[in-house]
Design a protein around this ligand. Structure first.
Ligand SMILES: C=C(O[C@@H]1C=C(C(=O)O)C=C[C@H]1O)C(=O)O
Length: 365
């Protein structure tokens, strides 16, 4: 045997032995997580105990990222542990996660990134349907898009919070890559029509104007639906992401055609329960103020005075009347924090209405 073969044999034996140890350790971890579930059930025998703890999962993932020794990047290591936790949790009962469908959308990719692949993901046709599915208890949590770095806020999601009792329980960001996709069956045909979702067209506008100027653009309800159509109709292409391309067996004519290289969408996790502090949290509120001079200043001043960072402020028309507005505000900190409590008490005094949408761990993955 050559030296190379001997060495490879040794290394493979070592890998086999390490795999066995990893498997034993993951199994020990799974038994521990099961035991946690049993302890929770024993302590609350009459209640429908919630095993999933978003704040604890965020802490676990943060610790993994901080202590990762390499050579794997911290994000990769966290992703592996995300899947281990997901599988451990599913031992008790797989969670049902409603998302803005159909199957193959970026929202599904975001749901799986946040919860791992051991959940049952349930596609729904519209954002309000996702809210309703969680409100009724048919799904444990829901995932909806809330903003895109190129295109701005998804107003429909913001407006749903005005009437929904649901809480924001988490956030997850996804880098969005769009591709121009065709079916291998119709690859040689001239493309006369491109299908996509209105958001994806908007995120690829400059590329389309430069490289596919004058070709008809047809807006459909999702980019997974665009991919489905391109798979069936000769002479058409779709703009969609990798999941949709794989699902419908499409080929990439052009790769990553989004106008901005950092094109990212932020998604919210919505649920029925408030999330305790994880140590690195964000909060969201909706506030409507009296229409008088200095109202916005009065609203923001307590945040400034108490040193609380705002991460976003959006204005939406109020459902209560023409030219009245509601402010949607994200800020750093948890509503259990003493300083945040003080600020919100002050805001509450001045506001016509203050709605606490929830505090949740700042996205880790
Ligand atoms: C084990 C627990 O329950 C669940 C499983 C977790 C895990 O596998 O690490 C973490 C949080 C919970 O979603 C716990 O509460 O610690």
């Amino acid at each position: 045997m050559t030296d190379e073969k001997t060495r490879l044999g040794e290394l493979r034996d070592e890998i086999d032995s390490l795999d066995q140890q990893i498997m034993d350790l993951i199994s020990a971890r799974a038994r521990c997580a099961q035991e946690v579930a049993h302890v929770k059930m024993a302590a609350n025998p009459d209640e429908n105990v919630f095993f999933y703890r978003p704040e604890r999962e965020a802490q676990v993932l943060r610790r993994i990222k901080e202590h990762n020794p390499g050579p794997l990047p911290a994000e990769e290591m966290a992703r592996l542990f995300r899947e281990i936790m997901s599988a451990c949790l599913a031992l008790e009962k797989p969670m049902h996660i409603a998302f803005l469908g159909p199957i193959g959308t970026f929202t599904q990719a975001a749901a799986l990134k946040h919860f791992g692949h051991s959940v049952i993901s349930v596609p729904l046709p519209a954002i309000d349907a996702v809210f309703r599915e969680v409100e009724s208890g048919a799904a444990h949590y829901g995932v909806v898009p809330v903003e895109n770095s190129t295109e701005g806020m998804i107003n429909h999601t913001l407006d749903m919070f005005m009437s929904s009792p649901l809480k924001i329980c988490g956030e997850v960001q996804l880098r969005i890559h769009h591709h121009l996709l065709v079916s291998p069956k119709h690859k040689d045909q001239e493309i006369t029509r491109i299908y996509s979702h209105q958001q994806s067209f908007a995120q690829c506008r400059q590329w389309l104007d430069t490289h596919r100027y004058g070709i008809e653009r047809v807006t459909v309800s999702s980019n997974a639906e665009a991919a489905r159509r391109a798979a069936e109709e000769p002479g058409t292409a779709a703009i969609a992401g990798d999941m949709a391309a794989e699902l419908y067996g499409l080929e990439k004519l052009a790769n990553s055609i989004e106008d901005r290289p950092d094109n990212t969408t932020r998604f919210l996790i919505i649920g029925r329960e408030e999330v305790p502090a994880s140590g690195h949290d964000k909060s969201s509120i909706l506030v409507s103020m009296r229409n008088k001079p200095g109202a916005l200043y009065q609203l923001l001043e307590p945040f400034h005075r108490h040193g609380i960072s705002l991460t976003r402020i959006e204005t939406r028309p109020s459902p209560s009347g023409t030219w009245a507005y509601v402010f949607y505000i994200d800020f750093e900190g948890h509503m259990e924090d003493e300083t945040v409590r003080k600020v919100l008490a002050e805001v509450d005094e001045e506001a016509v209405e203050l709605k606490r949408l929830g505090s949740y761990p700042i996205g880790v993955l």
